[in-house]
Design a protein around this ligand. Structure first.
Ligand code: BES
Ligand code: MN
Ligand code: MN
Length: 454
């Protein structure tokens, strides 16, 4: 019976081949031309779960982006651990900026580069292998269930619908989510909160068709101009979002929580220069950067479309323009309310001559989790044994839409991960550090054992 450490040492090269195979599948959920690839990624993982000894593997709800449901061998009388993760990935563009192609996983200096390496395939893989390692050492110590979806990056519609019909799926003693990252190398983390998101498209129409800017310039309304004026009206240069009522629901973190953040190793200049790669940080200066990242709402413009952007010049007054805009929401804010507030603010900024629409693309409520249930002490111990440092409590500025649903049957939700802050998720040259994957196999394997009281 191999120990977890022995398992990793002996099986590492086979596991690396497997991880490469999973990362080679372009399971981009935002792009319908990749629906079949999403299905393939699901089946690849389902086959794995069968091979490691899960007697039940099902593909639920949806041909193209099925939710994988798997149950490990029964461990009567033992606790149940529900593992959540996602096999879908973000599009790889801008493709030219990748040093090696996004779906040809390549190792350089101990890192494995590929789209989805850290978000979230590599991390799901670490838990699957952890369970394999545990099963290789004897009978299942706990009941393990896997709920792995293929639409996290697009708002998790299929899974939301599934859990509305079958809420008992999330009945468990603990939910383990490995889709996040360490605070810093050597500093494992458990997140106490995630931001939500309200992602919209704002469309402005000002005339029946585009117009010649010589014939009509000076009198005809310009949709692009109208749009950028509206957008500029939504936030001050100092970072205050100008949406009436938006900050009312914002719950400031407790002074205790903020004190904890103040003790974290954080160097604002290095963060600005090396991680952000910018000459200044923006936003509400009164608040610490970590509070701005983890506990304050944001408003970002992701892209603006309309008019002429091709080669050369075209003298046109655009009749229509649109922008993709999102807000990140923080605990106590509600997606529904924010959407209404944003729509009102946009309409109030719109001149009478313009037809302005705000359409929700996807959204998620923010979440805070308590970390006083017993499993938190166990994940802390598992990290301590492997990493020689227990977990630091932080938050994440990112979102995982389904997390509030995972908590609905009362199970404590552990938000953690083996990623590192510089993994470049969603960006070119995403990677996962392979040593982190192998540590993850041991940490999560140890967590399964500890949950069984071993
Ligand atoms: N794994 C991320 C969440 C995350 C973000 C973790 C930042 C660690 C740091 C997740 O896959 C993600 O990207 N979520 C989206 C959700 C959105 C598309 C609804 C996000 O935060 O943008
Ligand atoms: Mn993710
Ligand atoms: Mn993501």
């Amino acid at each position: 019976m191999p120990t977890l450490e022995q398992f990793v040492a002996r099986q590492r090269s086979r596991m690396l081949d497997e991880l490469r195979a999973l990362l080679s599948i372009p399971s981009i959920s935002t792009d319908p031309s990749h629906d079949a690839d999403c299905r393939r990624a699901a089946e690849w993982l389902g086959d794995q779960l069968e091979q490691i000894g899960c007697p039940t593997v099902e593909y639920l709800a949806g041909d193209s982006h099925p939710v994988i449901w798997a149950e490990g061998p029964r461990a009567p009388g033992r606790p149940t651990v529900l593992v959540y993760g996602h096999y879908d990935v973000q599009p790889p563009d801008p493709i030219d900026e990748w040093v090696t192609p996004p779906f040809e996983p390549t190792e350089r200096n101990g890192d494995l580069f590929a789209r989805g390496a850290t978000d979230d395939k590599g991390q799901v893989f670490a838990i699957v292998k952890a369970f394999e390692a545990v099963l290789a050492g004897g009978p299942a110590p706990v009941n393990v269930r896997f709920l792995i979806e293929g639409q996290e990056e697009t708002g998790s519609k299929i899974l939301f619908d599934l859990l509305a019909r079958e809420p008992e799926r999330v009945r468990a003693d603990v939910v383990l989510v490995s889709d996040l990252h360490y605070y810093a190398p050597g500093w494992p983390s458990v997140m106490t909160g995630l931001r939500g998101v309200c992602y919209v498209e704002i469309t402005v129409r000002t005339a029946k068709t585009d117009l010649h800017s010589g014939l009509y310039g000076g009198v005809a309304p310009n949709a692009h101009e109208t749009l950028v004026r509206i957008l500029a009206g939504l936030k001050t240069a100092k970072g205050r979002i100008r949406i009436p009522g938006l900050y009312e629901a914002v719950d400031r973190p407790s002074s205790q929580e903020r004190d904890g953040w103040n003790e974290l190793p954080f160097k604002e200049r290095a963060f600005m220069r090396d991680e952000v790669g910018a000459k200044a940080l923006t936003g509400l200066e009164r608040y610490h950067v970590l509070e701005r990242l983890w506990a304050l709402p944001t408003l970002d413009i992701h892209g603006i479309r309309g008019g002429f952007t091709g080669e050369g010049a075209k003298t046109v007054i655009p009749a229509q323009a649109s922008a993709k805009v999102s807000l990140r929401l923080v605990p106590n804010q509600k997606l529904e309310t924010v959407k209404r507030q944003l729509t009102r603010a946009v309409q109030a900024l719109a001149p009478r001559y313009a037809q302005v629409d705000v359409e929700l693309i996807h959204g998620a409520d923010p979440v805070v989790v308590r970390t006083d249930a017993p499993p938190f002490a166990l994940i802390d111990r598992a990290f301590r044994e492997v990493e020689r440092r227990g977990v630091t409590l932080t938050r994440s500025g990112g979102s995982i839409p389904i997390v509030p649903e995972l908590a609905k049957e009362g199970a404590p939700v552990i938000l953690t991960g083996v990623g590192l802050p510089d993994d470049r998720l969603h960006a070119p040259n995403e990677k996962i550090n392979l040593a982190q994957v192998w540590k993850g196999v041991r940490v999560f394997g140890r967590f399964f054992q500890l949950m069984a009281g071993k």
